[in-house]
Design a protein around this ligand. Structure first.
Ligand SMILES: O=C(O)CCC(=O)C(=O)O
Length: 306
């Protein structure tokens, strides 16, 4: 058998590890690799999976399997106000000018909060809220880890080729749940996040054999929108919350507009995500908190304990 250049490249990814290899596969193939990654750490997977089943769903917070997203209206406005206030206080210490200069090819800059949050910070209270953790755990199929908590600032000042301004899947795992909190009012002029429901995205990803490689990861608007019954636009007021699976739902955001946008993003996925190392506890920015006595055992797993 002749090994073509494309196959050779994939073999090299396999040599780098199952996770790097799995990240580049088509949807069904990714699921198979994901299962293998879970099987290789079976006991750790089983602990998280079994615990997920016992966490009670509450406050009507649930991520539907078919849409893969939900607007979250369960929380008291006062609580969400304190989340926005805390984000604004963190933002005040951010060197925006410096970050914009180092922006590279990204349509937004991000302030990582992972290393800065304390137990009593409303942002961490939201991230670890039992009803959020239960809903994300049930949807992902195990107690997840928090990848990071960040504030995104999108200047929306230009179109950037081959960027997240075009429809894509994140491809970090087989399911990644992002909880977005608007920090300012967002209209169609602020480059809002656009999301396609999961079942329609699944069908499209399968049809086009979607792969997260540089040449194939962005899809034309026309192709995606022809396959969708609706395009959900995450516009609204400061404190509005959307929760969405960006590994399953095609999405885009930060398109060129008339005004910037700031969003707080809490991102959850399994510790077996393709983008994490085998020792995820050494890589996750909130994992250092997992040793603190003020967190319970479920919270420690979410923070990144092994
Ligand atoms: O809202 C945006 O700017 C795009 C977000 C995005 O691509 C993502 O969450 O992966």
């Amino acid at each position: 058998m002749r090994i073509g250049q494309g196959n050779l490249k994939e073999i090299l990814y396999l040599v780098r590890g199952m996770r790097a290899f799995g990240a580049r596969r088509t949807p069904k193939s990714r699921l198979r690799v994901a299962w293998l990654l879970r099987a290789l750490q079976w006991q750790r997977y089983k602990t998280r999976r079994d615990l997920a089943q016992t966490l009670p769903l509450a406050n009507g917070i649930v991520i539907p399997e078919d849409t893969g997203y939900a607007r979250l209206r369960a929380f008291e406005p006062g609580f969400l106000h304190s989340v926005v206030e805390s984000a604004n206080a963190h933002w005040a210490s951010f060197d925006l000018e410096g970050a914009l200069k180092e922006r590279g090819g990204r349509p937004f800059v991000a302030q990582g909060l992972g290393g800065k949050l304390q137990r009593n910070d409303p942002i961490l209270k939201l991230a670890l809220h039992p009803s959020v953790v239960a809903a994300v755990s049930r949807y992902i199929g195990m107690v997840p880890v928090i990848e990071n908590i960040t504030i995104w600032y999108s200047p929306n000042d230009r179109a950037l080729e081959n960027s997240s301004q075009y429809y894509h899947l994140d491809g970090q795992d087989v399911r990644t749940v992002q909880l977005f909190v608007l920090l300012d009012r967002v209209t169609d002029e602020n480059g809002p996040l656009l999301v396609i429901r999961a079942d329609e995205s699944d069908a499209l990803a399968e049809r086009v054999q979607y792969r997260k490689t540089p040449g194939t990861k962005r899809l034309d608007d026309a192709v995606v929108e022809a396959a969708a019954s609706e395009v959900v636009r995450f516009t609204g007021n400061a404190g509005d919350v959307l929760i969405a699976d960006t590994d399953r739902c095609f999405h885009l955001g930060s398109r060129e507009g008339k005004a910037p946008r700031r969003v707080l993003v809490i991102q959850y996925y399994s510790p077996f995500a393709f983008v994490l190392p085998h020792r995820w506890d050494r890589a996750l920015p909130l994992a250092h908190l997992a040793a603190r006595p003020e967190f319970n055992s479920t919270e420690r797993l979410v923070l990144g304990a092994r």
